[in-house]
Design a protein around this ligand. Structure first.
Ligand SMILES: *[C@@H]1O[C@H](CO)[C@@H](O)[C@H](O)[C@H]1NC(C)=O
Ligand SMILES: *[C@@H]1O[C@H](CO)[C@@H](O)[C@H](O)[C@H]1NC(C)=O
Ligand SMILES: *[C@@H]1O[C@H](CO)[C@@H](O)[C@H](O)[C@H]1NC(C)=O
Ligand SMILES: *[C@@H]1O[C@H](CO)[C@@H](O)[C@H](O)[C@H]1NC(C)=O
Ligand SMILES: *[C@@H]1O[C@H](CO)[C@@H](O)[C@H](O)[C@H]1NC(C)=O
Ligand SMILES: *[C@@H]1O[C@H](CO)[C@@H](O)[C@H](O)[C@H]1NC(C)=O
Length: 254
């Protein structure tokens, strides 16, 4: 499209030109995907595809929407969004997927990479096998409503409050940090970090690394440096062969 007048990639170019064409094409496609709003002149940020689903329930008056708007965030389709003015940061604060024909797989894969959720509605879906790992690294959930056949995940202490007598949903309020609510003791030289619903990790303290955080000192840079030079060698080999082939074919053409 925009590239065509610059370089005609279909012409019989040399190997190197074709390589450059591919690089330019990748660069162009990437820059278009990264700035779709500039390209389309739209005033809303790009939201995850889960936000664009068609669902039976009107979004306006739901718990997610009310909390979202009362905290000054924006509702975009089915999601509550907190974004910077230039959309360089777009955080998904809430998502309302009630009666959306949602499945465990679609939900779990759809929220990968989203770890800022505070309000989630999932009732009215067949989600009998949903479990706490499907919420990945969301550690700040304030409201989670589930189909009635599900219980709030984890120990009793995993939530500040649990409501089972709602007619349509099981509601879990205020995800708690097990590092604080349970008596977690991490091994020497490590500390407890909240990593998901009812999930903690013991991470090495600063300046410690390796098996059971037993090694003191800065993380060794030698293996990485070696890895880097190996990949450089491969790139050089690649160029050497492509250039050789070009030399050969141009010799034949003589
Ligand atoms: C959900 O699935 C049912 C049955 O397959 C279908 O009739 C309905 O239109 C679907 N609803 C949505 C919102 O996609
Ligand atoms: C409800 O949402 C629709 C679009 O989803 C909008 O047109 C309508 O004005 C909203 N109603 C209220 C009361 O906010
Ligand atoms: C949660 O569901 C995923 C996906 O189906 C599955 O791989 C995992 O084993 C389940 N975890 C638990 C604790 O049930
Ligand atoms: C939480 O659950 C784990 C395993 O399911 C159990 O060992 C632990 O005692 C429980 N803690 C509390 C406070 O119930
Ligand atoms: C959840 O936590 C907030 C802030 O600590 C508190 O104001 C609110 O009452 C809690 N909600 C419930 C249902 O316990
Ligand atoms: C927490 O665990 C430590 C060590 O296991 C123990 O000394 C302490 O009494 C425990 N505290 C509570 C409140 O259970």
């Amino acid at each position: 499209m925009g590239l065509a007048p610059l370089i005609n990639c279909s012409r019989k170019n040399s190997q190197l030109m074709r390589f450059l064409c591919v690089l330019l094409w990748i660069a162009q496609t990437t820059s278009q995907t990264l700035s779709p709003d500039k390209a389309m002149n739209k005033a809303t940020p790009e939201v995850p595809h889960l936000c664009n689903l068609d669902c039976r329930f009107d979004i306006n008056k739901t718990h997610v929407a009310e909390n979202c708007l009362s905290h000054g965030f924006d509702m975009i389709k089915r999601c509550c969004i907190d974004s910077t003015e230039d959309f360089s940061v777009v955080d998904v604060i809430g998502i309302d997927l009630q009666e959306c024909n949602m499945t465990q797989e679609i939900f779990s894969t759809g929220i990968i990479g989203i770890n800022t959720l505070q309000y989630i509605s999932l009732e009215g879906n067949d989600l009998s096998s949903l479990n706490k790992t499907d919420f990945h690294r969301n550690t700040g959930i304030l409201y989670l409503s589930l189909p009635k056949n599900l219980q709030c995940f984890g120990n009793q202490s995993a939530w500040g409050k649990v409501v089972y007598d709602n007619p349509t949903a099981t509601i879990c309020y205020n995800e708690s940090n097990p590092c604080q609510t349970e008596n977690v003791t991490c091994p020497d030289n490590s500390h407890c970090v909240h990593a998901g619903i009812d999930l903690i990790e013991c991470l090495c303290d600063e300046d410690y690394h390796g098996y059971k955080c037993m090694n003191k000192g800065k993380f060794p840079v030698t293996p990485f440096a070696i890895g880097l030079s190996i990949s450089t060698v491969f790139v050089c080999i690649f160029f050497w062969f492509t250039q050789r082939r070009y030399v050969k074919t141009s010799n034949k053409n003589k």
